[in-house]
Write a protein that binds this ligand. Structure first.
Ligand code: SF4
Length: 335
């Protein structure tokens, strides 16, 4: 447990957490929407500091990050909890929690995380699986130590974080994959409990700050796979940049959305082509077998640069950050 960053004290020992756009007002003895930031005697505490619920060594492609040191391994870590309550959460057993969750956590101080990465000869630490924003203090302390040792850090997040903590975090983060779920607040609120504007602002801020930024959108039949809806979603991202890699992932029935149909792979392939036609330079399909949708092509001459089969690279054909055929600069960090 550690005193939280980003909160204000109010009257009667209440506090206002200003870490994420929920901006919860929390009475003494209560927790915020994420359930892991608790008001104890008029001070706000992060309950999950140094508490790990999941740790794995993953290929970086699994995050997914396709434009950040392809084929590198990353040490992926998570603390419990989330500030969203997505009906389709694949990790709901560790993100949607009650107090018993702490029976399943293990203590790992930031120094220990960095030591593990170095011992395993892993150059990158990823904060992922649940929502890193709500273990902000732990993520920040770990990232600072990791950077001091010359390691890279990346984050997989719903992007629902206030500007000030994001700005403090950015110098220690090299790459990010942000979930951009819906273009409108009606669906955002209904399915996730959040809203869209802060997510777009996070993507914009990360990208403009030079963090390698990729975006994932889960394509859910009947919700966001209609052509007009998809085009409007795409336009919001295109306003930020056409070079942000966009991952379109197939939905499978899960958690509270068990009655929804799976995404038809052919629909995902169509939407990828539509996104390319709209002007995106790099669009990928996820959760389906599709070589073309997993290949990075030069956006200028069409040369295949990186082919992926699941998480294995079949071909790497880059000259540094450049296409070997036409010299076009490819977005990302590759060496
Ligand atoms: S981090 Fe948690 S407590 Fe803080 S505003 Fe967000 S949901 Fe509320």
């Amino acid at each position: 447990m550690k005193e939280a960053a980003y909160y204000n004290q109010l009257e009667n020992k209440s506090v206002k957490c200003i870490l994420c756009p929920h901006n919860c007002t929390i009475k003494e003895g209560k927790s915020g929407i994420c359930r892991v930031r608790k008001n104890i005697n008029g001070k706000l505490y992060s309950l999950t500091y140094e508490k790990i619920i999941a740790m794995h060594i993953d290929p970086i492609e699994k995050k997914p990050l396709y434009h950040f040191f392809p084929s590198a391994r990353t040490l992926s870590i998570a603390s419990p909890g989330c500030n969203f309550h997505c009906f389709n959460c694949q990790n709901h057993t560790i993100s949607q929690i009650d107090e018993n969750i702490f029976e399943f956590t293990k203590e790992f101080p930031p120094e220990e995380i960095v030591k593990i990465a170095m011992r395993e000869n892993i150059q990158n630490i990823t904060f992922t699986y649940t929502e890193p924003t709500i273990f902000f203090e732990y993520m920040l302390d770990t990232a600072k130590l990791a950077k001091a040792q010359g390691l890279y850090c990346s984050v997989v997040s719903n992007g629902f974080i206030n500007r000030q903590p994001l700005t403090e975090l950015i110098p220690y983060i090299d790459a990010a994959n942000i979930d951009f779920k819906f273009k409108d607040n009606t669906l955002y609120r209904k399915v996730t409990g959040g809203f869209v504007e802060p997510v777009l602002e996070t993507i914009n801020t990360l990208y403009k700050a030079g963090v390698i930024t990729e975006v994932t959108t889960l394509i859910i039949p009947e919700l966001n796979d209609n052509e007009n809806y998809f085009k409007e979603t795409a336009q919001l991202l295109l306003k930020i940049s056409d070079e942000i890699p966009w991952h379109l992932s197939a939905f499978y029935p899960t958690y509270k959305m068990i009655d929804y149909p799976s995404t038809d792979p052919s629909r995902l392939v169509e939407l990828r082509q539509l996104a390319l036609d709209l002007g995106f330079k790099y669009v990928y399909t996820g959760n389906i077998l599709n070589l073309e949708g997993n290949t990075t092509y030069c956006p200028n001459c069409g040369e295949p640069l990186i082919e992926r089969h699941y998480y294995n690279l079949k071909l790497t054909n880059l000259d540094g950050n450049k296409c070997p055929e036409c010299g076009e600069k490819i977005y990302g960090k590759f060496q």
